[in-house]
Write a protein that binds this ligand. Structure first.
Ligand code: SF4
Length: 722
């Protein structure tokens, strides 16, 4: 890596929510030659394999370089992806167009959809999926466009498939959906409960902080059906049965209440409804729950006692908790565990749902959610709507009070024909949504689909208009990591051909849809530090709606590069630990909500006898559009696999490398077997990054009723030799 570099640009990793800062080294051909970690607050120079080697996707020959319009005679075949349509076949569905022609066509399609009906609000025929891969400013502009030009709150993004249930429970219980303590606070924790998360694969630099803490004496309790890498470092590993989180957690709550291990002073001062929890968990004895969760009563007792009696105990969780039809119940139980033991509001304590995508926190903060405006101001709050209407120069009453549809609901509405036009910025629902065949049919059935992306993704292949966007190293903007730390990403290289920044595209669309936007966003994604115009002006307008970042001006962010909110004024250094004095709830008290024991929606049976868990793997990110076009990452993990326990594989007549057919009630895929000791019996794991064996063809679209997140971590499948 000692190649000479002409230019060095400091930025942020575009992958996971840890938010590592990195330095791009750019060669004389304006290409990224290599990447190194720098001393950001989340990483102190560390990078994982994705951050270090996942950059050359930006220089891929497959990048979109000109706007595309679908040929009039090109079919929209939702099954083409499964039939392995080649890249060339997809490309031939489109013709190149000028930016003016493509933007005019995009805007005309939305005008036609809106003009065909008087329906607005939730019943609007138009919806938008923004992206947690973009910047805060892009997310803010996108939701503003949908809300003002389309007259609907039908706007959402991948948070719906990530931590929507966690946020629903946190908002309900604590009045805020953010993490209480940064990830690196594990250094101050005497005990860490890590449940339903695999940081060694999905938040790798975060995992190094956990291992460091363990070396200094922190006890790790790892609770996960899969015996993942950190189990080697754990004080106790609880391999509970998939989908039985509430049984395990309520049994821990039972022990803590029954043995008088609660923190009565904390409960009295900072919570309400303890009586409800006390009564609810009385029946959840470890003996009663052991057959449900598969953990011995004594192990439950030991861990519950250790958690409650630790001087400081912190809870980290991931999508193993959230991606269930009972995801909100799971998070309610974790919140109760933290509150009744007083393990929150101090360093080394608290609740930290590990955010997935690098900017899923920021995109949510910026309002890319159907039920809230920026900074989680509810759309049914009249004063919040009035503030936004005044800032956006809308007539009073323009914004509706009814929350919009969520991701899976939008896809369902599209399938029914109730939504006829969609704008998708940087998301790939044809791969990421549950029951992907159904999602693809819904997308193909749209009268008008406009996709902004850097590649001709599986979703873009079904579009009417494709607008080529800039990749992460090609633009400037802010992102917010899992710790609530707002960081600045800086443009390092030029974008190829006629690719344009997403924020510029949004502004151009807005103008064509009759909105008089005048931010003056640079088409090449560049930004300056004054905040007077361009992307900085977008940030300053967003800040005016967001008390959480009131003290973080664009010039300050430009200067400091990373500040953790809440930050009230220019002198405020930011607050890594929150809830120190109570909660943003009536009387400052958190609400304890009992967690109901709800089984997974689809249980194994004679026809589908195994449980399928889906997720990510170290080398590939989400739907693989970037990492599978990064040479090193693709070389390490070039193809899909289904992981099985050795005994299960043997019983099914499958050896390592053999081709298996995995079938659910919704679809079937074929892929090689990986034998993995970490897997529990009768359970399969498939990463969702591979179009040729898309895990989401199998998954169950059933939703958590509150968080509206799909049960991506549990469905019944049959696995047999292909
Ligand atoms: Fe990027 Fe996450 Fe890896 Fe850090 S840990 S380098 S943010 S993928």
């Amino acid at each position: 890596f000692a190649q000479p570099s002409l230019k060095r640009v400091d930025s942020v990793c575009p992958f996971c929510g840890v938010g590592c800062q990195l330095r791009y080294h750019v060669d004389e051909n304006d290409r990224i030659a290599h990447v190194e970690g720098i001393a950001g607050p989340a990483n102190e120079g560390r990078l994982c394999v994705k951050g270090r080697f996942g950059f050359d996707y930006a220089h891929s020959p497959e990048r979109l370089t000109r706007p595309l319009i679908r040929r009039a005679d090109a079919p929209k075949d939702p099954t083409a992806i499964e039939r392995r349509q080649t890249a060339q076949e997809v490309r031939e569905l489109f013709r190149e167009a000028s930016w003016d022609e493509a933007l005019d066509a995009a805007a005309a399609g939305f005008r036609a959809a809106l003009g065909a009906t008087a329906a607005r609000g939730r019943a609007s025929p138009v919806a938008g999926f923004g992206s947690a891969k973009g910047t805060n400013e892009e997310a803010y502009l996108f939701q503003k466009l949908v809300r003002t030009a389309f007259g609907t709150h039908n706007v959402d993004h991948c948070t719906r498939l990530c931590h929507a249930s966690s946020v629903a429970a946190l908002m309900e219980g604590l009045g805020s959906g953010v993490v209480s303590n940064p990830l690196r606070d594990v250094e101050h924790a005497e005990l860490v409960l890590l449940i339903g998360a695999n940081p060694a694969q999905n938040h790798p630099v975060g995992a190094t902080w956990i291992k460091n803490a363990i070396r200094r004496g922190t006890r790790l309790v790892l609770a996960d059906p899969r015996r993942t890498e950190l189990a080697r470092h754990a004080w106790r590993y609880l391999g509970f049965s998939p989908g039985s989180d509430v049984a395990l957690l309520n049994a821990m709550l039972h022990v803590i209440v029954a043995e008088g291990l609660t923190d009565p002073a904390y409960i009295a001062a900072h919570t309400r409804d303890f009586d409800a929890i006390q009564a609810h968990v009385a029946a959840f004895t470890p003996e009663a729950m052991a057959p449900v969760c598969g953990i011995a009563p004594e192990a439950i007792r030991e861990v519950a006692r250790a958690f409650a009696s630790a001087k400081s105990a912190m809870i980290l969780w991931g999508m193993g908790v959230s991606q269930h039809a009972h995801g909100t119940e799971n998070a309610r139980a974790l919140i109760a565990l933290s509150l009744i033991t007083g393990q929150i509001g101090r360093p080394g304590t608290g609740l930290h749902p590990l955010r997935g995508q690098n900017n899923v926190q920021g995109a949510s903060d910026a309002g890319l959610i159907p039920m809230v405006l920026p900074d989680y101001a509810r759309v049914n709050d009249a004063s919040a709507r009035e503030r936004a209407e005044a800032l956006w120069r809308l007539a009073p009453g323009t914004l509706g009070a009814e929350p919009g549809l969520t991701v899976v609901e939008i896809i369902e509405a599209a399938y029914r024909g109730d939504i006829s036009a969609m704008l998708v910025q940087g998301e790939n629902p044809a791969m990421s949504d549950p029951d992907a065949a159904h999602a693809r049919a819904a997308l193909a059935g749209l009268k008008h689909l406009v996709v902004q992306d850097i590649f001709l993704t599986e979703t873009a292949a079904l579009a009417d208009v494709v607008l080529p966007a800039t990749a992460w190293p090609e633009k400037t903007g802010s992102v917010t990591n899992t710790d609530r730390c707002v960081q600045l990403g800086r443009k390092a290289v030029a974008s190829p051909g006629e690719a344009r920044a997403d924020a510029w595209i949004t502004e151009q669309l807005a103008r064509r849809l009759g909105l008089g936007w005048g931010y003056g966003i640079a088409p090449d994604g560049s930004g300056t530090g004054d905040g007077a115009q361009g992307i900085g002006a977008v940030y300053e307008e967003m800040r005016a709606l967001m008390p959480s970042i009131a003290g973080l001006s664009w010039p300050r962010l430009w200067r400091d590069g990373a500040v953790t909110y809440p930050v009230s004024d220019e002198q405020d250094p930011g607050q890594p630990v929150v809830f120190t004095e109570g909660f943003p709830m009536p009387e400052g008290r958190a609400r304890l909500v009992p967690a109901a024991l709800v089984p997974p929606a689809e249980r194994p049976d004679g026809e589908y006898p195994l449980v399928l868990i889906t997720g990510r793997q170290l080398e590939h990110w989400h739907t693989g559009s970037m990492t599978r076009r990064s040479a090193v990452l693709d070389a390490i993990e070039p193809s899909p696999v289904v992981s099985l326990n050795p005994a299960t594989a043997e019983r099914l007549g499958l050896r390592a490398g053999a081709l298996a057919r995995v079938r659910s009630r919704r679809g079937a895929i074929a892929l090689p077997v990986r034998v993995d000791e970490a897997m529990p019996p009768d359970t399969a794991f498939i990463p969702f990054a591979y179009a040729e064996a898309a895990a989401n063809l199998l998954t169950n679209p059933v939703l958590d009723p509150l968080g509206k997140i799909a049960e991506l971590k549990y469905c019944a499948v049959d696995v047999r030799p292909e």
